[in-house]
Design a protein. Structure first.
Length: 100
């Protein structure tokens, strides 16, 4: 469709979609194996894990999304171009990969 072609027209958009795909795949992989691994390793702390895991995802995830957007806006405002935000997000995801 025309809208899909428009959305993927620029090189930056294609790189952003590729990076987002890898990031979401990593997130879904963690979503699948982390609870099972924690239950197997710490069966007596399942409720505590559930609460802490939810809080970390809600607060750290929300904060990182807002901060990433603010930094991307500042990079663009400094004249680093339209792709600066996408490059920042891709670099931040790569740097965070060992923490997954």
């Amino acid at each position: 469709s025309t809208r899909t072609a428009e959305a993927t027209d620029s090189l930056q958009a294609r790189w952003l979609f590729l990076a987002a795909t890898f990031r979401f795949c990593a997130g879904f992989a963690i979503l699948v194996w982390l609870p099972s691994a924690m239950v197997a390793r710490f069966p007596e702390d399942v409720a505590r894990f559930a609460v802490l895991n939810s809080m970390i995802k809600a607060f750290a995830g929300g904060f990182s999304s807002l901060l990433g957007g603010m930094i991307s806006d500042k990079l663009r405002a400094r004249g680093l171009g339209e792709g600066a935000g996408a490059a920042f997000c891709a670099a931040a995801s790569l740097l965070a990969a060992p923490l997954w």
